[in-house]
Design a protein around this ligand. Structure first.
Ligand code: MN
Length: 202
């Protein structure tokens, strides 16, 4: 099994002015592609491990040889988190819409979308270090806002990720410097593909 990086659905400069093309270039072409390379290189050391697909690899993460167990987990998480993150963002956020079902589930769980955003931001702003905040569906089909350190991925915990933000400094520092909360606000207000994330709640 070889992981292949999917192409972006937009150009590197199309998230400007919210995310600079310099950040996107480094983030997509260097950080994300390195996570993929690290997983592929690690698995190449053990050709006898023949995983059919990523799902099978995820299920077997704890059974991997000791010398690659951690590197595969970290980098596979990095790949999975980023692959979805690129899809969550769009240059055309203002012309996308939440489905009625998405709005209904958000309202049932958090009272309103506005209140969901308050809680999501609170989780982001209180998160320390490198990691992610994700809105996830748990195994009981309930929505939860959760933070994950480093490149831990929701799917490793049987959670389905719906909406997440990369809080590693590489995702914002070149543009926002120490103003992480500004990056969080900009992301939530201007970049979310509402059609795409709505369709993840099924
Ligand atoms: Mn990142």
């Amino acid at each position: 099994m070889q992981i292949i990086q999917q192409e972006l659905h937009y150009n590197l400069n199309e998230l400007e002015p919210f995310i600079s093309s310099e950040i996107m270039d480094l983030h997509f072409n260097k950080h994300h592609s390195t996570y993929i390379k690290n997983v592929n290189d690690s698995l190449l050391k053990y050709p006898e491990l023949k995983f059919q697909n990523i799902d099978e690899l995820i299920i077997n993460l704890n059974n991997l040889p000791e010398d690659i167990k951690k590197i595969v987990r970290n980098n596979l998480g990095g790949h999975l988190n980023h692959e979805l993150f690129w899809r969550i963002m769009t240059p055309n956020a203002s012309s996308t819409n939440f489905t009625d079902n998405f709005t209904k589930v958000i309202n049932e769980t958090f009272d309103s979308y506005k209140n969901f955003i308050i809680l999501f931001k609170k989780e982001c702003n209180s998160f320390f270090g490198s990691g992610w905040v994700w809105l996830c569906l748990n195994s009981e089909k309930k929505l939860e806002i959760l933070s994950f350190i480093n490149q831990e991925a929701p799917i490793f915990y049987n959670l389905k990720p719906i909406l997440g933000i990369d809080l590693w400094e590489h995702s914002y520092y070149l543009q926002y410097k120490n103003k992480r909360s500004e990056y969080i606000d900009i992301f939530l207000n201007n970049l979310i593909n509402k059609d795409f994330i709505s369709n993840l709640i099924i």
